[in-house]
Design a protein around this ligand. Structure first.
Ligand code: AHR
Length: 498
């Protein structure tokens, strides 16, 4: 049995956890909106056409914020097409995804949906094909109480009160050559500064996210962050980063080691943000918004078959397996370990499109990745402790990777200490010990485990409960020391309290 040790101290608090790290994302893409959150002809729809079964599953994840409406889609979007009289809304092509957007659902409906889902909207503006003026107008439409052209337009559309959206993205993946209206770092930095400035002049209470890199492998990575922040440091609050993980070589060891990449990516972006801060001699720190992350590769081949200009096709419908759930758990632990600088993170996406929740015309079910997200979102609240992990490591294509991924959080209000851990070993159990110090009188209250003998096991509509958590972990506290046995390939939530 492998052995590992976790070292914590009550006084060594890394950060207050910003609950927005448990955010998610809905794009006008595939069946995320149409047939996902909205399906007026479904027996599961409410009076507004929102799927009630989906809302229940979304609420279970406790997502405090949902990014909308894209993604690549937003870089060609006219938000005005999706507001007002439904019968007059135009259908448009969406060049980003090769589909047709009917605009039956738009920002007002999304704001309504968000209320029902107990979440907040994180709105992205189009800085691809549009610019500064449009960015101002949409803030006016959403957030100005009334008495002006766009705020009165909203009122005429049936929304007398402002949506009061607090978090805004200045475009999407503008570093990507695939993006409509793709820009150089200097071009983007300028437009982000000017759009951001006028947006904050329109509503000074909002926060802004500038586009960072679309992934760590981008050729422009580093230079992009530096140049963009040089131009818009004073106007923005967060810098975005996106990262998707694949397992093309079907190598579970390497795949599970991908958290090493995310860890390096986050540290590198922090370094660039702080270098610009030092150069500019600013007090303000720019924090990070990891506003797209997930596993994404299963649907790549089938997506090549999609007929061009179809409406809400089955697109990016990855069916996730158990090893994906283990990686998602590892990613969430990595995000928590950087909670001092990562203040927003969005699991991309939420429903049907690379999502934890899937739907058909007859029901909705939880994919494997639903469970780690639900467990960490539910119990990973409060503060993160500096968590020193002593674990055996293994060689992977990403370099040396620890077998144990672990972080400890402390919820003073609830009087709990929670340890999240993944044993990535595919063939060996691990003993974990942690001296509880000031928490020496705590005992194990719950120990939830997500495990399965087959890393390829999936949840489907027919068999939705193939991979589900169980309350059967082996752990105990004796003489102030927590000892737990983590079976090979498993994820654990060990909650301690008095
Ligand atoms: O989430 C799917 C796509 O991935 C988004 O539209 C884009 O921002 C990213 O490349």
């Amino acid at each position: 049995m492998k052995k590992s040790k976790v070292i914590i101290d009550k006084e060594f608090v890394l950060a207050d956890i910003d609950s927005r790290i448990y955010g998610s994302f809905i794009e006008h893409l595939g069946r995320a909106v149409y047939g996902g959150i909205y399906q007026p002809d479904s027996p599961m729809a409410d009076e507004q056409g929102m799927r009630k079964d989906v809302l229940a599953l979304v609420r279970g994840l406790q997502v405090p914020v949902v990014r909308y409406p894209g993604g690549n889609f937003v870089s060609g979007y006219c938000w005005e097409d999706g507001v007002g009289d439904r019968e007059k809304r135009p259908s448009r092509i969406d060049p980003a995804w090769g589909t047709i957007e009917t605009n039956r659902f738009g920002l007002n409906e999304f704001a309504d949906w968000a209320k029902k889902a107990d979440t907040e909207v994180m709105m992205a503006v189009n800085l691809g094909t549009r610019g500064v003026e449009d960015a101002r107008n949409i803030v006016e439409y959403c957030n100005v109480p009334g008495g002006t052209y766009y705020s009165d337009m909203r009122k005429n559309h049936g929304y007398s009160r402002p949506h009061d959206i607090k978090l805004w993205c200045l475009g999407n993946e503008m570093d990507g050559p695939w993006q409509m209206g793709h820009k150089t770092a200097a071009e983007y930095g300028r437009i982000a500064a000017e759009a951001g400035r006028i947006m904050k002049m329109t509503d000074p209470t909002i926060e802004l996210v500038a586009c960072g890199s679309s992934n760590y492998e981008m050729d422009t990575f580093g230079y992009w962050e530096d140049t963009v922040l040089e131009a818009c440091y004073d106007e923005v609050d967060y810098l975005s980063m996106h990262q998707y993980f694949d397992n093309k070589d079907d190598n579970a060891r390497d795949f599970l080691a991908s958290t090493v990449v995310l860890d390096q990516f986050i540290s590198s972006v922090v370094a660039v943000c702080d270098a610009v801060r030092a150069r500019k001699k600013r007090e303000k720190r720019i924090n990070l918004s990891l506003d797209e992350w997930n596993v994404w590769y299963h649907s790549n081949e089938q997506d090549k078959e999609i007929e061009r200009w179809s409406k809400a096709p089955h697109q990016l419908e990855d069916v996730y397996n158990f090893e994906d759930a283990l990686l998602v758990a590892g990613i969430l632990i990595t995000i928590l370990r950087h909670a001092d600088r990562v203040k927003v993170a969005c699991l991309a996406q939420l429903v049907n499109v690379i999502a934890p929740i899937m739907t058909s015309d007859t029901g909705a079910w939880k994919q494997t990745i639903y469970y780690p997200f639900e467990l960490v979102s539910r119990y990973g609240r409060g503060k993160v402790l500096h968590t020193l992990v002593q674990s055996p490591t293994y060689e992977s294509c990403h370099g040396d990777a620890p077998f144990l991924e672990c972080v400890v959080t402390m919820d003073e209000e609830a009087g709990t200490l929670t340890l999240f851990a993944v044993n990535k070993s595919l063939d060996e159990d691990m003993e974990l010990s942690c001296c509880l110090g000031q928490f020496g009188d705590y005992r194990v209250k719950r120990h939830v485990v997500l495990s399965h003998g087959d890393v390829k096991a999936e949840n489907t509509e027919e068999k939705p409960d193939t991979v589900v958590p169980a309350e059967n972990g082996k752990s105990a506290v004796a003489d102030g020391v927590l000892t737990a046995v983590l079976p090979e390939k498993s994820f654990h939530v060990i909650m301690l309290g008095k």
